[in-house]
Design a protein around this ligand. Structure first.
Ligand SMILES: [Fe+2]
Length: 464
């Protein structure tokens, strides 16, 4: 009561009357927004340049991990804070240790509202789990929740999982096509892979404008992926949506750390254990790759094999083998990559774009004959050809069909398994002598994931 009386006295003082309106407006702004922002007027538009006062604590968000160096002993962390003056600081310790170590990084670009931070953790132990936490807004003592990250096995060793997913969309699309987004994220997080390969077509900004800008939509996408990206490394390749259709690649590429061996930010590669992953920048419906890109891919794979890497895994967005009506095969891509990958001994190619699951038998003589080297659906050897696996969608159904992609009635003879009734993602397990490949189907209605397809390549012989 005394406080209310004092407030009333203050409001009634003549000296306060002159500034009463601005003070009340300021207080209302703070109460409504929880912050006061810095604005810059450019032309006829007002740009928010940063938040200088945050009343309410906000966790760092958009957290994601990447390997832009040696995957066994370093890791790149990126995140966003609402306040632009929050320092880029990570606390980390090996699981079981009591003392936190600190690593200091920098802000890497402005993007949309707030600050984007980057820290490189180095000199980590291979095949190890670390706890980490990020410096949060406002109070120097405020830290984010604690998360766990893992380093990879040493180069040449094995025993780890990678999951490829693509064509996600944002949760809660108004057109109702995002029927699997939440459950796919849950299912991938439950697998807790060491690595995720993001296969493109993430936010579908041209058909989902709820967040007002592409930058804001990317922020939302990164946050919806938090159950996966705070614990598993993400290495992206881009799709037709990140490069066309009212989007452009720059804001996406600005957010992801990739190795410095990249060609045009879309083709790049990295090693994990005994595997070598190659992002192939394939984003056009019918157009093939530039000669420069083909040459880069060839040289990159030859170098990885010369260094002793066993499994070469190209991953991309557009599919060379696809029999759905929404986005059928890119035949130019097929005629380029078929002979190249066969000659290099590649065994598995991952792609998406056409919203249904399809995978071939191991093929040789692509594109002329597309001849299967085996009729088995479960086991292949290093003598077999290349399996082309299309995993799509991981959340969002097709705008073209209003559903999953519609198959032609009879599959071509090289199709081993196909399904267009569920959302999907594909898990690769690398062990000393085998590569096991499992594709999971997710209906999106709460039913548990089912295994749609399972096969392996072995360096030994398949059981009779
Ligand atoms: Fe696509």
């Amino acid at each position: 009561m005394r406080l209310l009386l004092s407030l009333r006295e203050l409001l009634n003082r003549s000296s306060f009357q002159k500034i009463r309106l601005p003070v009340i407006l300021f207080a209302l702004t703070v109460l409504l927004l929880g912050s006061v922002a810095v604005y810059q007027v450019i032309g006829d538009r007002i740009h928010v340049r940063g938040t200088i006062i945050s009343l309410f604590l906000k966790q760092p968000d958009q957290i994601h991990l990447a390997w832009d160096g040696n995957s066994a002993n370093s890791i790149n962390l990126r995140w966003h804070t609402r306040r632009i003056y929050t320092p880029s600081v990570v606390g980390y310790r090996q699981l079981g240790e009591s003392e936190w170590k600190m690593a200091v990084g920098h802000q890497n670009f402005s993007g949309s509202n707030g600050a984007r931070h980057e820290v490189e953790l180095r000199n980590l132990l291979a095949n190890s789990t670390y706890e980490y936490r990020l410096k949060g807004d406002r109070l120097q003592g405020f830290w984010s929740d604690t998360f766990e990250l893992r380093t990879s096995p040493p180069i040449g060793e094995s025993d780890f999982d990678a999951i490829y997913f693509a064509d996600t969309g944002l949760i809660g699309r108004r057109d109702g096509l995002g029927t699997g987004v939440e459950k796919i994220i849950e299912a991938i997080a439950a697998q807790h892979p060491l690595l995720t390969l993001a296969g493109g077509d993430y936010a579908y900004y041209n058909t989902d404008k709820r967040y007002g800008s592409l930058e804001a939509s990317i922020d939302v996408w990164l946050n919806q992926m938090a159950p996966v990206f705070t614990r598993s490394v993400v290495m992206p390749t881009y799709g037709n949506h990140e490069t066309q259709l009212q989007e452009n690649m720059t804001p996406w590429a600005n957010r992801f750390a990739i190795p410095d061996n990249a060609l045009n930010r879309g083709n790049y590669s990295f090693d994990v254990g005994n595997a070598h992953f190659v992002s192939v920048f394939a984003v056009f419906e019918q157009q093939g790759l530039e000669p420069q890109a083909l040459d880069w891919i060839r040289q990159d794979i030859l170098a990885a094999q010369a260094a002793g890497q066993t499994w070469i895994i190209p991953f991309m967005h557009v599919s060379a083998f696809a029999e759905g009506a929404s986005h059928p095969s890119n035949l130019a891509l097929r005629s380029q990559l078929g002979p190249l990958f066969e000659s290099l001994g590649v065994k598995l190619v991952l792609s998406s774009h056409d919203q249904a699951f399809e995978r071939t038998y191991p093929l040789v003589d692509v594109p002329e004959k597309n001849r299967p080297t085996s009729q088995s659906k479960t086991c292949y050897t290093m003598e077999d050809g290349v399996t082309w696996l299309k995993t799509s969608p991981s959340g969002k159904e097709s705008n073209k069909s209003g559903s999953f992609s519609i198959f032609k009635a009879d599959p071509s003879p090289w199709v081993a398994v196909r399904d267009n009734t569920m959302h999907v993602f594909t898990k690769l397990h690398f062990s000393a002598e085998n590569l096991a490949v499992e594709t999971f189907g997710v209906r999106g209605d709460g039913q548990p994931p089912v295994v749609l397809d399972s096969f392996e390549y072995t360096q030994n012989q398949c059981a009779a």
